[in-house]
Design a protein around this ligand. Sequence first.
Ligand SMILES: [Fe+2]
Ligand SMILES: [Fe+2]
Length: 141
Amino acid sequence: MSGPSLKQLHAHHAIHEGGRAGAVQKIEYLKEVSKTGDLEKINQSVEDLIYYWENRILTHADSEEEENGFYQEVLQQKPELKEEVIALTRDHDILRIIIKKIKDKMKEEGFSDDIIFHFESLIIVNEIHSRDEEKLLLQDD
Ligand SMILES: [Fe+2]
Ligand SMILES: [Fe+2]
């Protein structure tokens, strides 16, 4: 999803906030079902969260990094932001690493509170990343 909307602060911020709101809502649901001990519902909720992070948040990150995507457009206009783009790309990688850890842990150990902690860390890393991206790469429209 490149195109003009990612270059506009207001629209891009709205995408970040929409993504965050959904992730917060889904983790609240996971916390609730985890208290019931209903493993089928817990596993479904974890699957749903993984799907959400991969298809809503990571696809946004992928599109920013892709050939002729947002980051490359920024660099064409302001090559001096190279270090910032490298740092922001590393933030995306940290999200990818944590999501992979969640999937591996679910496969190897199954659900535990540790899975919730990992999903919460995703929200925190993503929030720091989003604010930095807005501050460093986007101006008021
Ligand atoms: Fe990003
Ligand atoms: Fe973004």
